[in-house]
Ligand binder design. Structure first.
Ligand SMILES: NC(=O)c1ccc[n+]([C@@H]2O[C@H](COP(=O)([O-])OP(=O)(O)OC[C@H]3O[C@@H](n4cnc5c(N)ncnc54)[C@H](O)[C@@H]3O)[C@@H](O)[C@H]2O)c1
Length: 309
């Protein structure tokens, strides 16, 4: 299979490119990435010159580039996005143009090329918060921050291309990822680096917000499975089976680094901060998938990775 991976120089996308090239000897990957502040060719170190990999610097909103690349692949995996909630609160425009218009540009080109599979990478945040229980794939969308709203818009567009144009779309909604190659603005890498440098760890509000965490390698394995074996028109939740408050995550990082709890600094809460996300993962488990790493094992590997740098 020849796969176009958009946003492949970012955190999850680059881990996915490495994963596919390692696991599937026959597959070829084309990475399309605009190299925004969040993307880096360093994330593709080791595969930039790979004989089955091609890197193209370009924007998913550019129909010309997108048409040319999609004309030559079997599948598209769309990771490209503006992904940081705090930035979307400061200014939502790039989130609308990349996450919504960019996805629409890809969907149009995929429809015209008649490709075999369009995997839209989405997030648990599209469901909004849930205080008890879990969200299943058929629950209504209730995004509560601009980032999540644009991801929900992209999901709905992708679903509409499935029903209207019969484009073989599959959507995945994953919980919070962590692991190698994540941008240091995100909670876990930022806190590892602050703790290692003896700097404070700014925890929003009282730190009681709950998130479900997954090691990025477990997520890549699930995405790869859905790409190949998922049913067109379906949505798959992908969860890590580990719920933690932000304060618990912070303390686990301090423990792993051997730093003192005094470094915790409670700061003003994020506007509209969702209290809890949680996913029902029965559907992805029916494809014979479950996370391999516990939170503790994955955090240990992640801390080692960032300390080595
Ligand atoms: N990180 C998480 O915990 C998480 C959880 C669930 C879903 N997701 C989704 O997974 C995807 C990847 O997330 P991530 O954390 O790796 O993000 P990231 O910010 O690390 O990477 C995004 C990549 O997209 C590229 N990009 C941005 N705008 C582009 C454009 N217009 N054209 C081409 N490339 C562009 C960036 O250069 C970057 O390489 C996103 O769609 C995100 O919504 C992330």
């Amino acid at each position: 299979m020849r796969i176009l991976v958009t946003g492949g120089a970012g955190f999850i996308g680059s881990n996915f490119v490495h994963y596919v090239l390692d696991e599937h000897d026959e597959d070829e990957v084309v990475t399309l990435d605009a190299l925004t502040y969040a993307g880096s060719k360093e994330n593709l170190e080791g595969v930039l010159d790979h004989p089955r990999h091609e890197f193209v610097e370009g924007d998913i909103r550019n129909r010309e580039i997108v048409t040319e690349l999609i004309g030559d692949v079997d599948a598209v995996v769309n990771f490209a996005a503006e992904s940081h909630v705090d930035r979307s609160i400061e200014g939502a425009k790039p989130f609308v143009t990349t996450n919504v218009e960019g996805t629409q540009t890809l969907l149009d080109a995929a429809k015209d090329a008649g490709i075999d599979r369009f995997l839209q990478i989405s997030t648990d945040e599209v469901y909004g918060q849930i205080l008890d229980g879990t969200f299943s794939e058929s629950d209504p969308l209730n995004p509560r921050n601009p980032y999540a709203a644009t991801k929900a818009g992209a999901d709905l567009l992708a679903q509409s291309y499935q029903t209207t144009h019969d484009l073989p779309v599959v959507i995945t909604r994953t919980c919070n990822n962590f692991g190698p190659r994540q941008h240091p603005e995100k909670l876990i890498p930022k806190f590892i680096q602050n703790a290692a440098a003896g700097e404070t760890l700014p925890v929003y509000g009282d730190g009681s917000n709950v998130r479900e965490w997954i090691y990025v390698e477990d997520n890549c394995r699930a995405l790869d499975l859905v790409l190949r074996d998922g049913d067109a028109g379906e949505i798959y939740n992908i969860g890590g089976d580990t719920e933690k408050t932000n304060l618990e995550v912070t303390r686990a990082i301090l423990d792993a680094i051997g730093a003192d709890d005094d470094l915790i600094e409670f700061v003003d809460d994020r506007a509209g901060h969702d209290q809890r996300y949680a996913l029902d993962t029965e559907k992805i488990e029916s494809l014979d998938w479950e996370p391999e790493y516990t939170f503790e094992e994955a955090l240990e590997r992640t801390v080692e990775y960032y300390q080595d740098r």
